[in-house]
Design a protein around this ligand. Sequence first.
Ligand SMILES: O=P(O)(O)OC[C@H]1O[C@@H](O)[C@@H](O)[C@@H](O)[C@@H]1O
Length: 579
Amino acid sequence: MTYDLTPTTKIENYEFAFSGYQRISTYLTEQIVNQLKKKADVTIAIECYPGVDTDDLKQQLVDKLPVDQSYFADDYAMTPESLNQKVADTVTDDRVLGVMSHYQVADFYPDIKTVRADIVTGSGVTVVYGTGATVLASNPDILIYCDLARWEIQLRYRAGMPNWQQDNADEDPLRKFKRGYFFEWRMADRLKRQLLPKTDYLLDTNDKSEPKLITGKDLLASLKVLTKQPYRTVPYFDASVWGGQWMKQHFDLPDNGQNYGWAFDGVPEENSLYFQYGKVRIEVPAMDLMLTNPESILGDRVFARFGAEFPIRFDYLDTMSGGNLSLQVHPMTEYIKDKYGMAYTQDESYYILDAKSDSSVYLGLKDGIDHKQLATDFYKSAAGEIKFPDEKYVNHLPAKKHDHFLIPAGTIHCGGSDTVVLEISATPYIFTFKMWDWGRIGLDGKPRPLHVDEGLENLQYNRTTDWVQKNLVNQFTPLTTNSHERVERTGLHATLEFIDTNRHWIKDEAVLKTQGSVNMLNLVEGEEAMIESTTGDFAPFHVNYGETFIVPSGVKTYRIHNLHPENGEIGVLQAFVKE
Ligand SMILES: O=P(O)(O)OC[C@H]1O[C@@H](O)[C@@H](O)[C@@H](O)[C@@H]1O
């Protein structure tokens, strides 16, 4: 078996799952007719995640229903000019970074009394659709939620989709993404959290030509299933200026004509989930699970600390036959809080999944360097006057398979070429202050944005060679050894980072504890393994080499079974939030 690109949870008992607008509109028409037998006036609200194709929705669904009047919610939102004024502090002028917004969708509908009254008094069948439909029609007879995954939104941005209420089809996709990340998705997720528990139907609009409809109850029941068993998110892959060829070969990825640098496999804020209902497969954002079941997934302790946010992120950085990442720094906790409104920072680590003889990691400063000169050289290299003399300032360390480099925020770092990194980090991932990008241009033909000022403000000058070796490189502590397994703690940094990682080398089988936290794991050595319930509560769950999987806190204990003991030990990396 190779890496599964479409991990799917099969749902056995469900009411129905329809695909295609025709089938969906026929069904909804029947529901409207049924409602009309009970009452004279029926209101339907179709709430849309920003990015849903509302023209399509109108033509293919709204116009096909027996409707007396329809309202496109977005038409009643404030003008783009007023909206931009209102969110200027959140969106900012930076190309990459904004400030986490506190907005609610309703904040952008300041003047809707009249239309609300019209909707309430309208006779016959009224449909309100768009982002903010439920702000206009807050108590509909039928509520439909149109969902869309973040990766699909990003692909649509790149293909020219504007942001919500904007006319920015041609804008830099980095800026569109920033607007989504800091503003639109936060606001939409807040509304979604209120609506999912009461929605009558979920419309999956990821595939424009083949939308799918299930009941809200079935969605909630399906999400509940995942709170009691291991599961995987649907991975996605993206090219990068430094990207490599390893994932293409090892994960059997389609040829994209260039490279794959990134794999998002274990970023619950961005990835999605697949559920199978008979012949119909539904895709929903993995955020839906967080928004509806945060305590069961995270565990009380982690939920109390992070709220409905999944705090651990696994992703891949593949530079095999590619280039170096940028030389970079992440913000310290106080800085990210004060400047970007984030509750915790981008603490990281690089687990080396595969390497060549020349693989390396840049980590921490050298001893005895001149700090002023360092800053001058960063500015000069940013201005294109010199090539940054990294060998003068930054440690360049050899990296081999199964090494683990810890990268608490404030530490200068960079992954070298010819390396496959499994990044095991805190969830934030765009707070990267690039300080030197090796003088190259990005895939879009422009230099990638540098943040030298911010980087210098956060650089920890005391993290030099000795400290780095003693604190950040292969800090392995043996925990237990028995006839079935060897367990070692491999990271992350003991006091500076909140994630712990244990590595289990399993001969035949071993029982793991969730440690009162959600667990995120990856099979870092061995072809395949089976995750089994110690209490018979879930069916055996199969994992292949390199797959990231999640075990909810409530599972408490689970067995990992080496399916090929004759081939030697398997290695499993287990991450959790430490006590
Ligand atoms: O920023 P580039 O050079 O693409 O580096 C790739 C990535 O490296 C990782 O360590 C993370 O810090 C990411 O936030 C970063 O974006």
